[in-house]
Design a protein around this ligand. Structure first.
Ligand code: LLP
Length: 441
């Protein structure tokens, strides 16, 4: 696997006097005030990452070549950074990105609801997913979203029926499966032929033909998404080439100029194992390939925007030695952050306060959940913490809280957003009463 580049920008959660801080707030204080486990997000960092991507993928400077300026097809290209809501749908973060001018990449009616609630203009929302229900299609059509990213022939027919029923025209981009291998965990690899996502290029072309024939469908763009936590640019470029070939064929044979190319998300970040994707290099290559085509570029980053802007703060309950192992038992586990056990995610773990630490030892940091697969880090060299000490699990802003569960009847944690010097509770900790809400025994 490519090792990526070292994260060049200011990381969140710096130490001041040996204690980790988010902005001006020490994680000690935040944990004291709001309890643990606790998610803490750095809004300034998230916005900085948004600007980084905007710069990296900005349309190439200068006007398009004069010979190409006579048709709208060759109009200067634009960029839409559509935040992938699934990475972290906290409303405060959604609002932050909506205000910054981002769009939203959604995959469910629930995400549509949240995105609209947070103020994303419908024209900046794109809707992906292999299993959209007709109800979700109806909601998307009624709210006037930018496009549906269609993933199968049957889905396209269902969308056409719903659009006809409502007397509307559904904007469509076909999600192409480019059959590229992306070096990442098998569960987050989506661009190879055996994945459930997208359709092969030839079938994609046939679906555009169907779109062209149907009075209630309109071809808007073309789409790929090849996986998540990718650190090499190559697979993105191969996918882009396949997608642009489809777009070229649609233009030549059907006379339709698709207005955008959506490269999906998946831009990898630095963790305890490796560095991050070089988004500037990728941006240059992508931009060069789009030059003169007059297509808008859409990207759908999730993790890149919020991953390292978030941390999970957890308190050590006990130390336990068993056979060859030393276990640090914390009050957070797979219920709060499932990535280590589900995807082999390797999040950095560090003491919140590094003053007065004991000797370092190789330990497993494990949660209280009754599963042997419940861990936050394994075989990690850490100063052995005392019970009561706080640990910070880094890079937890993406696919952390959003994948949290109530397994073992554990209330889900609180979330705090630090923005411009203020720390705000943006989701309260669940209570036991939340665990029985909605049940009718
Ligand atoms: N666009 C589409 C269509 C997607 O399915 C995804 C993620 C994204 C964009 C954003 O990908 P990102 O930029 O965040 O990598 N739970 C897994 C990751 C699953 C990603 C699912 N799709 C994890 O924790 O690693």
């Amino acid at each position: 696997m490519g090792k990526g580049v070292l994260n060049p920008a200011r990381p969140s959660f710096l130490r001041v006097g040996g204690v980790l801080h988010c902005g001006a707030h020490s994680l000690d204080d935040l944990a004291e005030r709001h309890g643990t486990p606790l998610y803490v997000y750095d809004a300034d960092r998230a916005l900085e990452r948004f600007r980084t991507l905007r710069e990296a993928f900005a349309p190439a400077a200068g006007a398009p070549s004069p010979a190409l300026t006579d048709t709208p097809l060759h109009a200067p290209r634009r960029l839409l950074v559509a935040y992938s809501v699934k990475a972290n749908p906290n409303l405060a973060l959604l609002r932050l990105f909506a205000r910054a001018g981002a769009g939203a990449d959604i995959v469910s009616g629930g995400e549509l609801y949240c995105a609209l609630h947070a103020g994303f203009p419908p024209g900046r929302i794109v809707f992906a997913g292999v299993g959209k229900t007709t109800g979700e299609m109806r909601d998307g059509l009624r709210s006037g979203i930018r496009a549906f990213h269609v993933e199968s022939a049957q889905e396209l027919e269902a969308l056409a029926r719903v659009a006809a029923e409502l007397g509307r025209e559904a904007p469509v981009a076909i999600r192409v499966n480019p059959d590229v291998q992306s070096p990442t965990h098998e569960f987050t690899r989506t661009g190879h032929a055996a994945a459930k996502f997208g359709v092969p290029p030839d079938e994609a072309f046939e679906l555009y033909r169907r779109v062209a024939e149907h009075g209630n469908l309109r071809a808007a763009g073309v789409d790929v998404h090849i996986g998540s936590q990718l650190r090499e640019g190559g697979p993105f470029l191969r996918a882009l080439d396949v997608m642009l070939e489809v777009a070229g064929r649609v233009r030549r044979e059907l006379g339709i100029a698709l207005t955008y190319a959506d490269l999906g998300g998946g831009f990898g970040i630095q963790d305890a194992e490796a560095g991050e994707l070089d988004v500037h290099a990728l941006g240059r290559d992508v931009t060069a390939r789009l030059q003169g085509r007059g297509m808008e570029l859409i990207i759908e980053p999730g993790r890149f925007l919020v991953g390292d802007a978030g941390a999970l703060v957890t308190r050590v309950l006990y130390l336990k030695r068993s056979g060859p192992k030393t276990f640090v038992v914390t009050d957070a586990g797979m219920t709060e952050l499932i990535r280590p056990s589900h995807y082999g995610g390797v999040h950095e773990v560090s003491p919140v306060n590094e003053n007065g630490q004991g000797d370092a030892e190789v330990v497993d940091v494990v949660g209280p959940v009754c599963e042997q697969g419940d861990f936050l880090a394994r075989d990690r060299l850490l100063p052995v913490p005392s019970p009561g000490a706080l640990l910070c699990v880094h890079q937890a802003g993406a696919y952390g809280f959003t994948m949290a569960s109530n397994y073992n009847s554990r209330p889900r944690p609180a979330e705090v957003l630090v923005h411009g010097g203020r720390a705000t509770l943006v989701r309260r900790r669940e209570r036991y009463s939340d665990l029985v809400r909605g049940q009718f025994p």
